[in-house]
Ligand binder design. Sequence first.
Ligand code: ATP
Ligand code: MG
Length: 421
Amino acid sequence: MEIIQAVRGTRDILPEEVRIWQQVEAKAREILGRACYQEIRTPIFELTELFARGIGSATDVVGKEMYSFSTRGEQEVSLRPENTAGVVRAYIQHGLQAAGDVQRLWYCGPMFRYERPQAGRQRQFHQLGLELIGSRDPRADAEVIALAWDLLQAVGAENLKLLLNSIGDPQDRLAYRQALVDYFTPFREQLDPDSQDRLTRNPLRILDSKDPRTREIADQAPKLLNHLSPDSQAFFEQVQAQLHKLGIPYELDPYLVRGLDYYTHTAFEIVSPDLGAQSTVCGGGRYDGLVAELGGPSTPAVGWAMGMERLVLLLQKKQGSVASAPVQVYVISRGAKAEAQSLQIAQSLRQAGFCTELDLSGSAFGKQFKRASRSGAIWAVTLGDAEAATGEVQLKHLPTGKQQTLLQAELVNYLGSQWER
Ligand code: ATP
Ligand code: MG
């Protein structure tokens, strides 16, 4: 029969890889928790309108990449392509602004974008992200960047570069937009089709193009940094001063623009050359316009999202795999009575905290012993019909081969005393 495969652009994360994910998630919980960020979990689908308003219909993410459908004719919904809009929706819906002047939130979960699958780019992928909502202070921008940086260092990612830019406020961008249109229009025919389209809809995004010829042209384009108002300029300098104080190195990248319409001022990416074409591990910035755009009180905010798959790829390249939890005790049984007691013994060991594997094969003792050694267990607990009848087990210390008979009732205490020594 034909074998059914996972859908194109999705992938299974097998146990060996999951262990790396768990390491990253544990570090995130620790580092973000210490900075007083709280985890939030929002639904993986939302009303399509949320993304259209919160991200912008002119963006590729909303215009081309969303998985949208109607729920049996009731509502138009979309699988979330990112989670800032969802978190801000929850923030407004539950009146979280009333709970204090700032909210520090983080999340981790699957996102969905209909893109061309390639290394580091999938249709279902995962982001770990955070949002600091309610502060206009440049220290907030530096704090979130510092946390991304700390987390990446803590999990052992290397060879990273922080790219920084300011995209100003909407006022600054209005003037800049015209400068860009004026600059690109004479080159119109040489731009890639997407960028030609963006010339009228979203000229800033042309700077984001990966097409080689468009890149060449874009690299000579006017810089937004030269169109910033004095206030925007001062703000950007303060963010940089904070990063400098924290000893976080960065490079200014005048053409770094975020794909999403709600961003203001600080924009940043953390990239690694080890990732090839999909080099961005983390992207973020300030989005002072979003809360109001979604119907909440005008509230400044800043945040980022990290691509888990790309981060895990980096770590796999560097450290290989992570060992699974070691088996400590291996339970061997043969014969109906012994087998009937074996699960109970294994469960009592597990409940007492020992990592215990139960052999379910019913095969000969010799074969089960071989598997016990291969498992890396330190102890083998064996029972046949004789032990089952007397309520005993054979306990073998595998490294030395020393064996003894013990009452089943004494097993947990005995192993406990051995581990303490
Ligand atoms: P890219 O330029 O790589 O398409 P983006 O600007 O679309 O990135 P963001 O929306 O800022 O990405 O998302 C933040 C991070 O999420 C990215 O830096 C990346 O690590 C990850 N990411 C985004 N899209 C995908 C995808 N399709 N597959 C895997 N990871 C992704
Ligand atoms: Mg993208």
